[in-house]
Each structure stands twice: as C-alpha cells, then as structure tokens.
Ligand binder design. Structure first.
Ligand SMILES: Nc1nc2c(ncn2[C@@H]2O[C@H](COP(=O)(O)OP(=O)(O)O)[C@@H](O)[C@H]2O)c(=O)[nH]1
Ligand SMILES: [Mg+2]
Length: 396
C-alpha cells in the first residue's frame, strides 16, 4: 500500500495489488475521523509508543473532515515508523459506518483494528486485542467497557452514562443470541480478522458498526478484552440526540430483516391501528352517522395510521421503489380488499369446509392477515425488477 494516498479510485478505495501480500500477524488500524485536528497528532504519537515494537502496523484514516485534519495527519506521518494513509472523502457516503467500510476495504493486514480518532480508545491495547484473537482463535475481539477491568470513565455526565446503559440494555434484549458473549455491542473499538471481512460485512453499515457486524455476520468465535474509555482529548463529540433517534431506527431495521420478524412487527402495527379505527367509529356514530358508512370511513383511519407507521418504521428503506402516491393507493386497496374478502372467506370456510363460525372467523383473520402482509411486501415495497430496463429504454 502506498505511504499516502489521498485520491481513492471511483469506488472510493485505493488499488491493492495482488503483489501486496499482507504480513502475517500484522495489523491495520482503521481510524474514522471527522474534524479531529486536535487529536490525530497525539493519537499517532500514542500508537508509535505502544504498537510497532510489539506488532507490525499500518494506520488508515478515513476522513470526512471539513477542517484541516488531513493536513495535520500528513504533517505528522513522516515521524511515524509505520505507513500512514489518509483517505479523504469529499462525499462522506454512509457517514461513520461508510468510513469504517472504506477503511476495511483498504486494509492489507491479517488483522484490522477499528478505533476512534479522539484518543478515547487507548492504542496500547491494540497488540493485546490481536494477541487475544490469536490465542483464542477468535475472529472478532471486542474491547469492552462492561467487563471486569473496564470502565466508562470518559463518558461525560450522568445523562450520557444513562443513555449508553439504556441503549446497551435494549440492544442486548433485542438480540440475546447474536450478542451472546458480547458485553459491549456499542463499543467502537474492536479487532476483526481480515478473513472475516466478507462481502456481507462490507455492506453499508449504519452508526454502530460493531453491533451491525455482530448481528449480520457474527464470526464463529468472539473474545473480549476490558478497556477504560478515556475522556476525549480535544474537540467535541459528534454524537447528538438526532444520532440517538437514528440509532433507534437502525435498531428497528436490524431487528426486522427476517420475514418472520417483519411479519410480527407488521402485526403489532396492525393491532395498534384498532385505536384510531375505534376512535373514529365512536366519533362518527356520536355525530349521528349510520354505523355502516361509519365503519367504512373509520376503517380508513386505521389504514392511514398503519400506513404511516409502516412507512416510518418497517419499510423505511424500501420506499424509494415507488412514488408515494402509488404506495398509498396500493396499500389502501390491499387494506380494504381485506374487509371485502373476509366475509366470503368465512362463508366458504363454514359452507364448504364445515367449520363453525368462531374458528372460521379466526382462521379467516389469520389468512387475510398473512395475505395482507405478503401483499404489502410484494406489491407495495418490493423493488420493481423491470424498472432499470424500462428506464434505460426511456432514456435511450
Ligand atoms: N469519517 C468519519 N468519522 C466520523 C464521523 N462521525 C464521527 N466520526 C469519528 O468517529 C469517532 C467517534 O465519534 P465521537 O464523536 O467521538 O463519538 P462518541 O465517542 O460517541 O462521542 C471519532 O473519531 C469521530 O471523528 C463521520 O461522519 N465520518
Ligand atoms: Mg469519542
């Protein structure tokens, strides 16, 4: 890898030739930076002090800064006894997660350690993370604030402490199996074997990179090493309340990748739709509307409620395949077809299959629910296959 490359190719990564065989037992330290000019010199100094004597290393900064962070790194690089690369991105695709993916693609060593650029993660731990991975034959080694010997001394204030604790608890509760043995899934400090960095790992990552790695493509063996989360050396944290909301949405997205989990979420949202439906029914009948038209109108309130929640929570990332008016119309039709279909279906179950009314109604509810879910997935939010062909034709 070149000593310094500031212009990545069009895929945003430097060319890594076949001749560049990674050194065995070496580490690539990937550092995402956003306006860390006050920290990077000290970080490189700390790495110089504690890593190369114990483990051959290179450092790859993936930088989205608007300040002079890349210049400061370039000035400090010649003093380092290891290669330092800066990949500056003018278009910071994917933010922090995108930056880590770029760094992993550029890494040339057997091991990759991801760490923050603000000196909250002690570089002296880098050789130990890798050594632990080698010893335990693990694919992933997490630096944890939550096991004996670790702490969150640097989390400024009880508010951030409480938020961090609640987020960790919620995350562990949502993924008990996948995160088994990972006490600190929100840690931004971890080592991963390059052989574990598959195409699945390199899919765009969101905000909490480690969490996503563990949930989506968890390596077979995982080890942990305690660490003390230090105070930030200089500058300000980029974490905001907005990032917190993004994280919650992200968590919902991760949790609902399997069709079964999505169906459960779809059902829960559907159940919540009873509230606006019944409220509207009550208001309309109170206002003197006959109950039959009131039922039909009230149903639209439930449908609208469900649609809004589904759009915001469940199908957030799949909205782009169709225009919003198209999605609204299709969803409205599917949701109302359900009402029209249910009575004939109950009649069929009772008349043809000899069920009594209650089981027939229950079965019809289940069948129409599954049909509604499948219909919504397939007819409202599935990518349209012929779309590219059609666009290409219309552009030609
Ligand atoms: N490349 C890149 N790095 C980022 C971005 N956002 C944050 N970072 C870096 O990610 C690391 C952690 O961010 P920080 O603000 O310290 O988060 P905190 O430790 O949770 O307060 C730091 O090195 C930041 O400079 C981003 O959008 N792009
Ligand atoms: Mg920080």
């Amino acid at each position: 890898m070149s000593h310094e490359s500031t212009v990545p190719d069009e895929l945003g990564r430097p060319a890594v030739g076949a001749s560049e065989v990674p050194e065995p037992g070496a580490v690539t330290i990937v550092v995402p930076t956003f306006n860390e000019s006050g920290n990077v010199r000290r970080l490189l100094h700390l790495i110089t002090e504690s890593v190369p004597a114990r483990l051959p290393c290179e450092v790859v900064f993936v930088d989205d800064s608007t300040d002079d962070t890349p210049d400061v790194i370039r000035e400090a690089a010649p003093d380092c006894p290891f290669p330092v690369t800066v990949l500056h991105r003018d278009e910071p695709a994917g933010g922090l997660g995108g930056a880590v993916v770029e760094g992993m693609k550029a890494a040339g060593s057997d091991w990759i350690v991801v760490m923050d650029g603000d000196c909250q993660h002690p570089p002296s731990l880098v050789p130990e993370l890798v050594a632990t991975g080698e010893r335990a034959n693990a694919g992933l080694v997490v630096a944890s604030r939550y096991i004996k010997g670790g702490s969150r001394a640097g989390l400024a204030g009880s508010y951030r402490l409480a938020v961090s604790r609640a987020a960790t608890w919620l995350t562990k509760a949502l993924f008990p199996r996948r995160l088994h043995g990972i006490s600190d899934p929100m840690s931004g400090f971890f080592a991963i074997r390059r052989s574990e960095v598959t195409a699945e790992v390199l899919k765009p990552l969101g905000y909490k990179i480690l969490l996503e790695l563990a949930v989506r493509s968890r390596p077979q063996a995982v080890a942990e090493v305690p660490f003390v989360f230090e105070e930030r050396f200089a500058g300000e944290s980029k974490s905001t309340a907005q990032e917190g909301l993004r994280f919650l949405r992200h968590l919902a997205g991760l949790r609902t990748t399997s069709p079964l989990a999505r169906m459960v979420a779809f059902g829960l949202i559907g159940l919540s739709g009873f509230v606006p439906n019944l409220a509207a029914l009550w208001a309309l009948t109170e206002a003197g509307v006959h109950y039959l038209p009131a039922e039909i109108v009230a149903n639209q309130f439930g449908v609208a409620w469900n649609f809004l929640l589904l759009e915001r929570l469940l199908f957030r990332d799949r909205r782009r395949h169709r225009h919003w008016a198209d999605r609204t119309l299709r969803f409205g039709l599917i949701a109302n077809a359900d009402l029209v279909l249910r009575i004939p279906l109950i009649a069929l179950l009772v008349g043809e299959f000899g069920l009594t009314v209650l089981p027939a109604t229950a079965l019809a509810l289940v069948i129409t629910f599954v049909l509604r879910f499948a219909g919504t997935e397939a007819l409202v939010y599935l990518p349209r296959r012929r779309r590219t062909a059609r666009t290409a034709r219309s552009e030609a």
